[in-house]
Write a protein that binds this ligand. Structure first.
Ligand code: 13P
Ligand code: SF4
Length: 359
């Protein structure tokens, strides 16, 4: 179907050129005219406000392909927030991502379309908890997953994402001259990092409510039903899932894997929208379930992005003293060289079992 079909005006068709082709497997022709109008309105508002939209890989395809100026994983979006020249950043993602953008670009207005877009990992720990952990383990560096509040980042030494966690842990151990590192708050990410490094890991019992629900049985069932499929899993999944998968990596690394290796069939053990979004770039690949929805990511819609730009809501702020301390931890991460891509494809094969100490 052409962009202008189904009653879409010529102007809207111009503003949305190319989008229909990318979303047509996920948006019905009946829904398209209303979505196309919203996309066109958002793109006009972006120009008026000098705004860009940072869209995470878990956004629905209409948001991801329709209005995202920068799309990708948490690490990629944080880097874009740091270098963007726009006056306004709209975070099509969750609250901790918007705070990270504000920390890196304090002079910009950062908006999140729904303030309730949280994260179970970010909610699992506070700044006071980190201070207590430090008291219990003096002298050890604290590495914090970016899925945390600004208060938590302010108490830590360096942040990481699932794209660079092993690299950051090894960097911190070397820099501090120690053989153990505190990696919080995701217990499963910590266990999965421990399986790939000789650095000892002290972990916290936080969980991603989306990835903790996958089971080893899911992987076994998939292998049996689709023996040819490559199975890719996010490092927030339990360790037995990663041990059984063919590859583990951040959402960005999974997307790289699919577009670079072009598997005939693939299973993405992660949030549902990932597969829908990469499918447009991987026409020869068949995507097979299972997937779980992140209720926080799904709070962000075209409607509330339009309202965010129209009414300049909801502004995300971080107290200056907190932002200044948190910036050191986030900037240290951003300044590290990008993790080596080919090595990531062999991560799972290199696993060994290491006990993780839980706080
Ligand atoms: P990525 O860093 O892989 O994009 O993951 C962020 C996230 O929230 C995954 O649940
Ligand atoms: Fe948080 Fe998990 Fe949702 Fe990512 S998928 S935002 S880690 S709850």
């Amino acid at each position: 179907m052409a962009d202008g079909a189904f009653g879409v005006s010529a102007e809207t068709a111009r503003e949305t050129a190319g989008v229909w082709d990318k979303v047509k497997d996920h948006v019905t022709p009946l829904e398209w005219p209303a979505k196309a109008e919203l996309i066109a309105e958002i793109n006009r508002l972006k120009r008026e406000r000098d705004a860009v939209i940072l869209a995470h890989n878990y956004m629905t395809p209409d948001v991801f392909h329709g209005v995202g100026d920068h799309v990708g994983d948490s690490l990629g979006l944080a880097k874009e927030a740091a270098k963007s020249k726009a006056k306004v950043l709209v975070q099509a993602g969750v609250h901790f991502m918007a705070e990270t953008s504000k920390i890196l670009s304090p002079e910009k207005t950062v908006l999140i379309p729904d303030l309730r877009a949280g994260c179970s990992l970010a909610a699992s720990i506070t700044g006071a908890d980190v201070r207590l952990i430090r008291q219990r383990h003096p002298g050890l560096p604290v590495v914090t997953y970016v899925n945390t509040s600004a208060d938590v980042k302010a108490e830590t030494d360096i942040c990481c994402t699932s794209a660079n966690a092993v690299q950051v842990v090894e960097w911190a151990a070397k820099e501090w001259g120690v053989d153990k590192v505190i990696l919080i708050p995701d217990e499963f990410l910590a266990r999965n990092v421990a399986a790939q490094t000789t650095v000892g890991i002290i972990a916290w019992k936080g969980r991603c409510e989306v990835h903790e629900r996958f089971t080893a049985q899911d992987v076994a069932d998939m292998r049996e039903a689709w023996p040819e499929a490559d199975i890719l899993a996010h490092p927030e999944c339990p360790e037995e899932i990663l041990a059984a998968a063919d590859f583990a990596g951040s959402t960005g690394a999974m997307a790289d894997y699919v577009t670079t290796r072009k598997p005939r069939q693939v299973v993405l053990i992660t949030e549902c929208s990932m597969a829908s979004n990469i499918a447009a770039e991987a026409p020869g690949t068949q995507f097979i379930g299972p997937c779980n929805l992140c209720p926080h990511m799904k709070r962000i819609t075209l409607e509330n992005i339009r309202d965010a730009l129209l009414h300049m809501q909801f502004e995300v702020t971080v107290a200056e003293d907190v932002a200044d301390r948190a910036r050191l931890a986030v900037q240290r991460m951003v300044d590290l060289p990008p993790p080596a891509v080919p090595a990531r494809y062999d991560m799972v094969k290199a696993r060994h079992h290491v006990a993780v100490e839980l706080i």
